[in-house]
Design a protein around this ligand. Structure first.
Ligand SMILES: Cc1cc2nc3c(=O)[nH]c(=O)nc-3n(C[C@H](O)[C@H](O)[C@H](O)COP(=O)(O)OP(=O)(O)OC[C@H]3O[C@@H](n4cnc5c(N)ncnc54)[C@H](O)[C@@H]3O)c2cc1C
Length: 497
């Protein structure tokens, strides 16, 4: 970690030979039959020297209630996809969403933020956070879907797909024919094995409203909470449980919080804040088992070092896995990052089958690699890009600038709110500027190129500006990185240079 002064000195000597390479999509599935005519959707392909157009035009030849477009999964991405279908006049009577949950799509990040506020501090509840309110859009309640003529099938997950005959079967035995299928099944929370107590009463995982409701009903009775995992979920749940005045301990194997993103020095600032709020942190610890009493309720968390941390409520936040279950034999999965492999237009290797959101392994153009992103901004962006590519002549590949954020301690009466946003890639050398009072920024530089930027406690206007500045910066030509960083710092009123 360098000081701001040494940063300024070294930035001025950044090699003029550096170059910012525009990413090239590494992988593009061959879709030889994309120009064939499916039963309900006609794909027409026109070739020119520089581009290929895949245009989908709807037809109404379905025997099965005109279900031309089916989205499997009723989460974040599905909500934004539905909005895009409506914007193109292609929802009414043509679109069906099949969901495992009992609710219309909602902004999932709320579940570990406003949803977990103590009951006397105005917690968020549905219908308040249906998509697309998270991006300032319309609140799409169940009535919205009815008005738009979108068929919603709730609490009836898809169990199998027959890609050859373009049909899906749901848990209740419904058979749905589709012309084009968008898989938006997201992820499922990783669980501890049953044999080490992963299913004990009082052990919670959090992925959907039902999980959050179950957690809230337990919080009202709990005294000692142990949270396993120091990532997003762990940090957000811990911030909530101390607001409920519960004895809270976070246990994680790494040396600091949010190790996938934060530098040790940045993490230290957040750790101090958590500790000031009464959260105990146990770092570098591995879990041996979850212990229970004669009534089957969890009583504690046993560590590999032999010690046991008492708990009557345990929340596990150890990551998530792409929910590919019904599709794993039908489409190509990515063996490195998991999920359904798609190209820059979200097409899988099976004609007419697309994947978006957390479950999609897509080419990250900017960094020339295939990745999966489990963040809401990508769920929104991939949904919009996929549906536009499906319904219009749009052929340009998705060009995503990774963006993550978190907001905690935002309940009424909190002495310090936390809201950070990150853009780009956290690779290379990190430079930290600011003192967390309340702002702090971290810049990541690799081979003389700016790769990522994180800002804590920007104003809403500053945060609005950040993606634009970051995108410009990350694509900037050689030698301009220093000026770009200074420009960002000026814009967020952190420097007088
Ligand atoms: C608690 C929590 C907090 C989060 N906080 C943040 C945050 O602060 N910032 C951020 O950027 N991101 C956050 N995320 C991540 C973000 O919510 C996800 O990236 C986003 O929801 C992904 O959208 P999706 O539509 O791909 O998946 P989801 O929103 O998970 O939706 C998938 C839906 O598909 C359903 N489904 C699964 N299988 C089937 C099936 N076979 N048939 C029918 N339906 C099925 C699921 O039940 C679910 O309703 C958070 C996630 C969680 C769980």
């Amino acid at each position: 970690m360098r000081s701001a002064a040494s940063f300024r000195r070294s930035m001025s000597t950044i090699s003029s030979s550096m170059s910012i390479k525009h990413g090239i999509s590494l992988w593009c599935p061959q879709s030889p039959s994309l120009n064939r005519q499916n039963s309900g959707v006609v794909y027409s392909r026109t070739r020119s020297l520089h581009r290929r157009n895949f245009v989908v035009s709807a037809s109404s030849s379905f025997a099965n209630e005109n279900r031309e477009f089916v989205i499997v999964g009723g989460g974040n991405a599905a909500g934004y996809a539905a909005r895009t279908f409506v914007e193109h006049g292609m929802a009414d009577g043509k679109l069906c969403i099949v969901s495992k949950e009992a609710y219309a799509p909602y902004e999932r990040p709320a579940l570990t933020k406003g949803y977990l506020f103590p009951l006397d501090k105005k917690p968020a509840r549905l219908p308040g956070f249906h998509t697309c309110v998270g991006s300032g859009g319309e609140r799409q309640t169940p009535d919205w879907y009815k008005e738009k003529g979108i068929e919603m099938i709730y609490e009836d997950p898809v169990t199998t797909i027959d890609a050859k005959n373009q049909t899906l079967t749901t848990n209740s035995g419904k058979i749905l024919k589709y012309g084009a299928l968008i898989v938006a099944t997201g992820c499922t929370a990783s669980r501890f094995p049953e044999k080490i107590g992963g299913n004990l009463h009082g052990v919670h995982y959090i992925r959907d409203v039902a999980d959050a409701d179950s957690l809230i009903s337990s919080l009202g009775k709990a005294q000692k909470v142990v949270i396993v995992g120091g990532g997003y979920i762990g940090m957000e749940v811990a911030a909530a449980t101390v607001a409920w005045n519960l004895d809270t301990t976070v246990i994680f194997p790494e040396n600091h919080l949010l190790p996938r993103l934060f530098t040790p020095s940045l993490a230290q600032k957040y750790e101090e804040l958590y500790q000031q709020n009464g959260v105990k942190l146990i770092k570098g610890a591995s879990i041996k088992s979850l212990e229970s009493g004669p009534d089957g309720n969890v009583t504690g968390v046993k560590l590999e070092n032999g010690s046991t941390i008492e708990a009557d409520l345990v929340v596990i936040g150890i990551g998530a896995k792409p929910a590919v279950g019904p599709f794993e034999k039908a489409v190509t999965l990515n063996s490195t990052v998991g999920g359904i492999e798609v190209d820059g237009l979200f097409r899988s290797n099976v004609p007419g089958v697309f994947a978006i959101g957390d479950v999609a392994a897509f080419p990250l153009k900017m960094y020339d690699r295939i990745t999966r992103v489990e963040h809401v901004d990508h769920a929104r962006g991939s949904a919009q890009h996929c549906v536009k590519a499906l319904l219009t002549a749009q052929t340009h590949n998705y060009d995503y600038l990774p963006y993550f954020y978190s907001r905690v301690f935002e309940y009424e009466g909190s002495s310090r709110k936390v809201w950070w946003q990150f853009f780009g890639d956290n690779v290379g050398e990190a430079i930290q500027i600011g003192n967390f009072d309340p702002k702090i920024a971290t810049f990541w530089l690799d081979s003389g190129k700016l790769k990522g930027v994180l800002l804590e406690s920007g104003s809403p206007e500053e945060f609005q500006l950040l993606p634009k500045l970051a995108r410009e910066l990350l694509y900037r030509e050689k030698g301009r990185v220093y000026y770009g960083i200074v420009f960002i710092l000026r814009e967020v009123r952190m420097c007088n240079m």
